[in-house]
Design a protein around this ligand. Structure first.
Ligand SMILES: Cc1cc2nc3c(=O)[nH]c(=O)nc-3n(C[C@H](O)[C@H](O)[C@H](O)COP(=O)(O)OP(=O)(O)OC[C@H]3O[C@@H](n4cnc5c(N)ncnc54)[C@H](O)[C@@H]3O)c2cc1C
Length: 418
């Protein structure tokens, strides 16, 4: 099989790169072995919340210029501040064209509310999710936090505790539906995706709107867990059209409905542009000649190779097995690419989970053009995008989705230019 570009990994980075290339007329394939981090996402995309030295960032584009001085190996520094600013303008448009309705401004972070009610700086948030322009200023004073009876992945009490600190009066309300009884029998089935399937049915959504209408009496707003709209786009609009009080969604613990929706929308967009998406297949090995990747081989296609002019490594970090830790090394399993890591294993992490962990910045070594290094030289036609890149701390710097989106657009731009 022959393509212009083959992308390995179908998470946010792989999809973004594939869509951009397909929009430009390339014939692309994405090979992806399974779920990606986006299935667990909050519904918000971070660009930059903190500098490496811990300073909070309100203007991410300005922050990226400062960051390049503090940490020259950060992917944003490698891409360059001007290119980052340009790609940060393109990314939301690409998401919207794919049917992921996001709002936000790369010159001004807004704040999302976490499943535990905390406020966190972010860049883009999917429409319908509760955000505020200023930390500590929620857009209501009296709220009803609604939950489904028996749903354990949403914590109204914690949320209320945080809201109370911002002088918001909270009360709780439960809703239920007979069609949930089937999944309620087994607590492990009572998860957001299964619940959302129940409310994808028109009659059940109508019943939900009736319950919410009653719960909303005397409140300025209703908070509802993100358990609607798995397979339909109009669920929230439907509820809002039937309930006069504003309804805001809050993310739940994973699986994430906004993440699954975004994944489906991106995949659909890629295929609609003529891209070929091989889900459930793993790239096992590659053949290189004279500094170029010639072909790759996958588990499902055996000896039938995937050949292309360019290849993109978007296999993510440890979470997606794009990187693997052995007792003494960090390995990139497909190409055996050079990796960046420091010291011995005991220096890779501390026992305090929320510390700035060294291992988070480990990743694939690239040249200034994001081409993958192997045995000290750049492979001419193999680029790396996304969470597998080295040099950044996605959690502390709040830049995970931003690095995936911007590096994917940058790689696509380089492929198209070359
Ligand atoms: C649990 C979790 C939640 C997060 N939530 C957020 C959030 O809410 N907001 C935010 O800004 N950032 C978040 N992040 C940061 C996250 O890294 C990025 O947002 C982004 O989604 C990463 O995308 P990616 O495509 O680079 O990598 P991944 O999403 O990890 O995708 C890599 C893909 O490659 C595939 N793959 C791996 N090896 C192979 C192979 N050999 N052959 C074929 N396919 C392969 C994997 O199956 C996977 O589909 C989160 C990260 C994690 C781990």
């Amino acid at each position: 099989m022959r393509f212009d570009t083959v992308i390995i990994g179908g998470g946010l980075a792989g999809m973004t790169c594939g869509i951009r290339l397909a929009e430009a007329g390339q014939h692309c394939a994405i090979v992806s072995q399974g779920q990606s981090a986006i299935h667990f996402s909050s519904g918000s995309f971070d660009l930059l919340g903190h500098l490496p030295d811990g300073t909070a960032v309100s203007d991410p584009v300005a922050g990226i210029a400062t960051l390049a001085r503090q940490c020259p190996t950060h992917p944003y520094a490698v891409i360059g501040a001007d290119s980052c600013a340009r790609h940060a303008g393109e990314a939301p448009e690409l998401l919207r064209r794919a049917g992921v309705p996001v709002a936000g401004d790369s010159r001004r972070n807004h704040f999302r509310i976490t499943p535990l009610g905390k406020t966190k700086a972010t860049w883009l948030t999917i429409d319908g999710y509760l955000t505020t322009e200023e930390a500590g200023r929620l857009p209501f004073r009296r709220v009803c936090i609604a939950n489904i009876e028996g749903f354990l992945d949403f914590y109204p009490e914690f949320i209320a505790e945080e809201f109370n600190r911002q002088d918001v009066e909270c009360r709780f309300g439960n809703f239920n539906h007979p069609d949930l009884e089937q999944i309620r029998r087994n607590p492990s089935e009572m998860r957001s995706a299964n619940i959302a399937r129940v409310f994808d049915r028109e009659a059940n959504l109508e019943a939900l709107s009736e319950s919410l209408r009653k719960l909303s009496e005397g409140c300025d707003a209703l908070i509802v867990p993100a358990v609607i709209g798995l397979n339909r786009n109009d669920s929230l609009a439907y509820l809002r059209s039937r309930v006069d009080t504003p309804i805001h969604l809050l993310p739940t613990l994973p699986p994430s409905i906004p993440g699954i929706r975004a994944q489906q929308a991106l995949q659909h967009r890629f295929r609609a542009l003529g891209g070929e998406y091989f889900l459930g297949d793993s790239v096992l090995r590659a053949e290189t000649e004279q500094g170029r990747v010639r072909r790759i081989f996958t588990a499902n296609h055996g000896n039938i190779p995937f050949e292309a002019e360019c290849f993109v490594l978007a296999t993510g970090s440890f979470f997606s097995k794009g990187l693997v830790a052995t007792p003494d090394r960090i390995v990139e399993p497909v190409f055996g690419a050079d990796t960046v890591y420091a010291g011995g294993r005991s220096e890779w992490y501390t026992l305090r989970f929320f510390d700035r962990q060294a291992y988070q910045a480990f990743g694939v070594r690239t040249d200034a053009g994001l081409r993958v290094m192997k045995s000290g030289s750049a492979l001419e036609n193999l680029y790396c995008a996304g969470a597998g890149l080295s040099g950044f701390h996605p959690v502390q710097e709040e830049c995970g989705a931003g690095v995936s989106l911007l590096s994917a657009l940058h790689v696509a731009e380089r492929i198209l230019k070359n």
